[in-house]
Structures are given as C-alpha cells and as structure tokens.
Design a binder for this molecule. Structure first.
Ligand code: ADE
Ligand code: ZN
Length: 333
C-alpha cells in the first residue's frame, strides 16, 4: 500500500476541531439566505477571497464574523452534519468537537439551541455513519473569567451531554492562570479539561495549563519544544498534544511545513496527534493534514501508525474502545 492509500485506510480519531471552523462558505451562504442575514459578500467566491489572515487574531476576526449567521437549532445541526460527512470520507471514526457557546449566546442565541443542534447531529452520526463523538465546551479566553463561570452555569444542567471544557481564542495576553477557578469548578463537576496553550503563546502557558488548570491534554503545544524541562515533563507524563499542522502553516506558527516540529516531537517520545483545527479556513480536513506532513517530512509507515494510535490513546473513549481501534490499526499495517 502506498502512503496515500495507507493514510486513507487507517481509522483515525480527531481531538481538535472547532465546529465553527468547519463552516464551509457554501453552507454559510445558504444559511445566511434562509435566516435573511446580510453578509458582506455577493458570492461564495467572494467569501473565500476574504479569507486572508496572517496570525491567530486576524483569523479569529473572520471566524467570529462567519459564525454570526448561525441562529436556529437546524443551523447548528447542518453545520455539524456537514463535518461528520467529511469525517466519514476521511475515515475519522471518532471525534471530540469543540464548540464556542459564548460566540452564540452573546448574540442572543440560547445555549440549548446550540447544544441541541450539535447533539442531534452527533446522535445521527452514530446511527447513520457509525462515527462516535464527544462535545467539548470551550471558554473564550479574550472574555472574562466571570463570563466563563456564567457559561459553565448554563451548561451544568446538560453536563451529561458534554465530556469536558476547553479554552480557546486569542492566546497571547490571556494566560491559563486567569481561568484557574472556573476550571477547578468544571473538574469538580466531573468534566475533563483541555486548553489551547503554546500555539502562539509561550511555553510558560503550557506549564500553567498543566499546573493550574490540570489539563488532560494540551491543544497545540508546539512551542513546548522551546523549553527542555517542559519537554521532559510532557514525555514523562505522556501528556497528549493535539497538533494541527495546516493551521500552524496558515497562521504562520511555522513558515514551511518542512520545518514543522511534529516529527521531532514524535521521535522524542511526545504523545502528539494530528488534527484539523478549523478545516474550512485552513485548507483541509484530517487526511489533508496527514498528507501535508507525510509529504513535507517524509513520514514512515511506523510514524503514521504511531500518530493514529496516539489519537485513540489520547481520546476520551473507554479503554475497551481504544484497544479495539488499536487492533484494527495493527491489522491494516
Ligand atoms: N478558535 C478557533 N481556532 C482557534 C485556534 N487555532 N486557536 C485558538 N482559538 C481558536
Ligand atoms: Zn484550536
């Protein structure tokens, strides 16, 4: 089997995808029309041409603007369903999906509207495509800790539908330490916790996510490599990093895919995984991310196999499910 065929054939788990970042321009256009919301573009082509960004903030400005057309429960369903179809095409068999409730509740959309639409798509994905999923509620770190607490309170009546909480949005200037108490509360409620750290922000933010938020995984974390002591800690604790190669390239965390550190991290024993982050904006879904790093870094069969095994091991599924997928991977390779 050649490398492309192998990537397609391997079952994969996705652990870092923002549902609002899977919003394809065609669907955005259709939903804007049915909700009669004006968007400043005349065509799908114009939307695509507006996607110019050179760092995290310039991307986030466009990403939040796009999310404004989502109003009805059906909109959130359609958004998530379109993503599940991409998972099916890429043989992603399990996914842990981030959603940003504050982006919607701050515009007057009810929390239940967002959650019910997403959850119904998750249930249909299991029934019709045999894809399992979990939802992870992310707090927007450019907003206050108080606002994060209010969001957590809204979510607690539905906590059986949410596996955990995360922390996203503008990283630099918004360290994890500002959210220590709300994460402690989430953990006390039995929720798992993850946080974006070390994407644009320094290794120090990864330490804070570990020590103060007590995360189960680090999202991105690629800048951890700048701190040898942190690297030792990640390796010793087998702490997963959910790495997003095409995102890192588009947001200029790296200048060139050939310089991406995912292979070095893997070879040093860091528990790295491959993910798409905001695939509609960054040029590809799961398999595109694998193709991009496999070609640029000349990844071996063993490295590809390790990356997909890591994705299941780092996921929030049961040990029995993890073993089932790992056996399937061994059978394929
Ligand atoms: N929200 C959506 N994508 C993000 C990213 N890559 N980093 C931080 N927040 C985000
Ligand atoms: Zn992200």
């Amino acid at each position: 089997m050649d490398r492309t065929a192998l990537i397609r054939a391997l079952p994969k788990a996705e652990l870092h995808v923002h549902i609002e970042g899977t919003f394809e321009p065609e669907l955005m256009f259709a939903i804007a029309q049915r909700n009669q919301i004006e968007i400043p573009y005349k065509s799908v082509e114009e939307v695509k041409q507006a996607y110019h960004f050179h760092n995290l903030q310039s991307f986030l400005d466009i990403y939040y603007a796009g999310a404004h057309v989502l109003i009805q429960e059906q909109d959130f369903y359609d958004l998530a369903w379109a993503y599940f179809e991409k998972c099916h095409a890429d043989h992603v068999v399990h996914t842990e999906i981030f959603f940003d409730p504050q982006t919607h509740t701050d515009r007057g959309v009810a929390f239940e509207t967002v959650l019910n639409g997403l959850k119904r798509a998750c249930d249909d994905a299991k029934a019709r495509l045999d894809i399992s999923s979990h939802l992870i509620l992310c707090f927007l770190r450019h907003l206050s800790e108080e606002a994060a607490f209010a969001t957590l309170e809204q979510a607690l009546p539905y906590k059986d539908q949410i596996i955990g909480v995360g922390l996203d949005s503008s990283e630099v200037g918004h360290p994890p330490s500002g959210f220590e108490r709300v994460f402690a509360r989430a953990r006390a409620e039995g929720l798992l916790v993850v946080a974006h750290a070390g994407e644009e922000g320094p290794a120090e933010y990864v330490w804070e996510a570990l020590d103060l938020l007590k995360v189960n995984r680090i999202d991105h974390g690629v800048r951890s490599e700048e701190d040898p002591e942190l690297m030792q800690r990640l390796i010793a604790e087998k702490m997963p990093l959910t790495v997003c190669p095409l995102s890192n390239l588009k947001l200029r965390v790296v200048d060139d895919m050939a310089q991406h550190n995912i292979q070095r991290l893997l070879q040093q024993g860091v528990h790295v995984t491959v993910n798409s982050d905001d695939p509609s904006y960054f040029g590809g879904y799961m398999n595109d991310n694998f193709f991009a790093i496999a070609d640029a870094l000349d990844l071996s069969t063993d490295e590809l196999k390790q990356l997909v095994k890591n994705s299941f091991e780092a996921s929030f599924i049961s040990d029995a499910e993890k073993q089932k997928w790992i056996r399937q991977i061994d059978a394929i390779v």
